[in-house]
Ligand binder design. Structure first.
Ligand SMILES: [Zn+2]
Length: 140
């Protein structure tokens, strides 16, 4: 069994432009380090409910396919990795990694306690709610 947690941070690109981000930590190590995909965390602007679904803003996204890392610039179209997320009894399984994930890491399979996954989703949604006033139109 793996352990899942989340870390929040600001990625500052210039004095007037920064992104609120979060990254998933598996056994204390950033998801991007496990996947060796050279990506970073997930920008909060992409969040609707929990981990962003694939594809974002699609009228019929796949709720079992979630984005887990995004390019450091914050644009999922520039680069990201995603995986299948499914609940099995009291656990959550992350597998079938796709996207920028390195070939060597594609077969990774993480299993987390459902309670840890739910706690992470709660923290992400709370951070998103605090960040709700932020919109793309705020950028100049
Ligand atoms: Zn990029």
């Amino acid at each position: 069994m793996n352990s899942l947690s989340v870390d929040f941070f600001s990625s500052e690109f210039s004095p007037s432009y920064e992104l609120e981000m979060f990254e998933l930590l598996v056994d204390g190590k950033p998801m991007a380090a496990w996947l060796m995909d050279t990506n970073d965390g997930i920008p909060l602007w992409l969040v609707e409910d929990g981990l962003p679904m694939w594809r974002p803003h699609d009228p019929h996204p796949d709720p079992n396919l979630r984005i887990v890392t995004v390019c450091g610039c914050g644009e999922y179209g520039c680069g990201h990795s995603r995986c299948t997320v499914h609940i099995e009894d009291a656990t959550v399984v992350f597998d079938d990694f796709q996207g920028n994930v390195s070939a060597a890491a594609r077969a990774i399979r993480f299993v987390f306690p459902l309670t840890e996954y739910e706690a992470v989703l709660r923290q992400v949604n709370e951070a998103k709610a605090r960040d709700a006033t932020w919109t793309l139109s705020d950028l100049r």
